[in-house]
Design a protein around this ligand. Structure first.
Ligand SMILES: [Zn+2]
Length: 467
């Protein structure tokens, strides 16, 4: 099939809204007793999630249709009585944790399943909800909006009372909910605020159209030829991460040897941890948290700039599943955080009124000559530059960005010619161009920046439209 016959991109239009939901994630400064409670509440949320998921799977396996609300009812009936939920003295320990922490996992589970089914329906890669493992998942729990309030630099939370905040809440508006989560040694409170339109909407400083190619050598390349390097501290931290993880796995091997396990995994085993090992694990977690911070900060600056200066941004749809097959590539993609980039871009586009045009995943943005439109099928992954049959010399990333910029321009409905791949395999022959406007751009529904259903992602500021 010729490229001209297929929709080559999907446009995310900024839509009209009356209000929007933004999340501000604030670091908490809890006392040791408050930390202790947070850890218990997060542990409770995790355990309830696992219970609910196990029940769900059991019902589904026996041919029934599981329903999160009915599961919750069932859970409420047993949670203060069933031996699994009683402590050594026979007391229901759930009573010591605020009920929001053990009620919310059911709603999260329902959303996680419906997202999974929706993704499967549209043919996207999706994994069903999974069990949460201690220290492998993000510790978090939910607090309903009527259960807490913010007074300047103090948050008043259920059960623990007043907790100091590192900063005041950024936005005025109605508080819609909150969640407390941990990152290394720090606890954060993400507050969802229903922000009035005039506060949430930002003014754009330009109306350009830009194509951005995310890559390996440069974190981002614009169609103008401008390249954004990955932040230096990130590279240094990633190097340290490799060293420390290696150290940590050696400690793990040593612990295995000490326990008399020579080969194979340690699944189902709990190995005694040395003090040194615990210390190493903490250092590793802190480093990972730092890397996440640096990366998030970098992506925030990049995506804000893109949305603020442009009326349309063209990006590639990296087919993550396919890319992950290539290990070296997978690493670099994970490093720049493509998912996070796209998530931020989509919600900021709403605030700035910018269109995001995503090329379909098969669209060969790097292989099409931005000059004549011929397709270079032989372009290998490692080739940084190439020469087209028409004589044009291309920097791989800049060429891709130019093609993405064209898609964005086309989506704007501006009259322009779009390069189209010819059926011929040899580059430079029988190249053609077609007018861009002509129903090739399919409008897509706005994708909500996701407030992850499993409660694993709290810093997701997201927007919601009420029509
Ligand atoms: Zn060419």
């Amino acid at each position: 099939m010729n490229l001209a016959e297929r929709a080559v991109s999907k446009t995310y239009l900024p839509h009209t809204w009356r209000d929007m939901l933004l999340a501000h994630r604030i670091r908490l400064e809890p006392t040791p007793a408050q930390r202790d409670y947070f850890a218990r509440a997060a542990g409770t949320a995790r355990r309830v999630w696992n219970w609910a998921l196990a029940e769900w799977n059991r019902l589904a396996a026996s041919g029934q249709r599981p329903d999160a609300m009915r599961l919750k009812k069932h859970f409420n009936a047993i949670k203060y009585a069933h031996p699994d939920w009683l402590d050594d003295q026979g007391n229901p320990w759930l009573r010591t944790v605020h009920r929001d922490a053990h009620a919310q996992p059911f709603a999260h589970l329902a959303r996680a399943w419906s997202r999974y089914f929706e993704a499967r329906r549209t043919g996207e890669h999706a994994r069903p909800p999974r069990f949460k493992k201690k220290s492998r998942c993000r510790d978090s729990f939910y607090v309903a909006n009527d259960q807490f309030r913010i007074e300047g630099k103090i948050a008043v939370l259920p059960r623990v009372g007043r907790v100091s905040l590192s900063e005041t809440l950024r936005w005025p508006g109605k508080i819609m909910g909150g969640s407390v989560s941990r990152e290394a040694d720090d606890w954060f409170l993400a507050v969802q605020v229903d922000v009035p339109d005039d506060v949430g909407r930002c003014r754009r400083s330009g109306s350009g159209v830009v194509g951005v190619d995310l890559g390996i050598t440069a974190a981002a390349t614009f169609d103008s030829g401008y390249k954004v390097a990955a932040p230096r501290p990130l590279k240094a931290a990633l190097r340290r991460l490799r060293i420390r993880s290696r150290r940590q796995s050696r400690k793990h091997e040593a612990a295995k040897a000490l326990a008399g396990i020579d080969v194979g995994g340690t699944k189902g085993w709990t190995l005694p941890k040395s003090k040194n090992q615990t210390k190493g694990a903490k250092a590793l977690a802190r480093l990972q948290a730092r890397i996440a911070r640096v990366r998030r900060d970098f992506l925030h600056k990049l995506t804000t700039r893109l949305c603020r200066e442009n009326q349309a941004v063209g990006i590639e749809d990296l087919h993550v599943k396919g890319m992950l097959a290539n290990h070296r590539l997978a690493r670099s993609i994970a490093d720049i955080g493509f998912h996070e980039f796209r998530r931020q871009l989509l919600y900021k586009a709403q605030r700035y009124g910018t269109r995001i045009v995503v090329a379909e995943r098969w669209y060969p943005s790097s292989r099409l000559c931005s000059g004549c439109g011929a397709k270079n099928s032989k372009l290998a992954l490692g080739e940084r530059s190439w020469t087209c049959g028409c004589g044009a010399r291309h920097d791989r990333d800049v060429n891709a960005a130019i093609n993405l910029q064209r898609l964005a321009t086309a989506a704007l409905g501006v009259e322009t010619a779009l390069p189209v791949a010819s059926q011929a395999l040899t580059p430079g022959t029988a190249a053609g161009t077609v007018p861009a406007a002509g129903g090739k751009v399919t409008p897509a529904r706005h994708e909500h920046g996701q407030q992850d259903g499993s409660g694993q992602e709290e810093n997701a500021a997201h927007l919601r439209a009420r029509f």
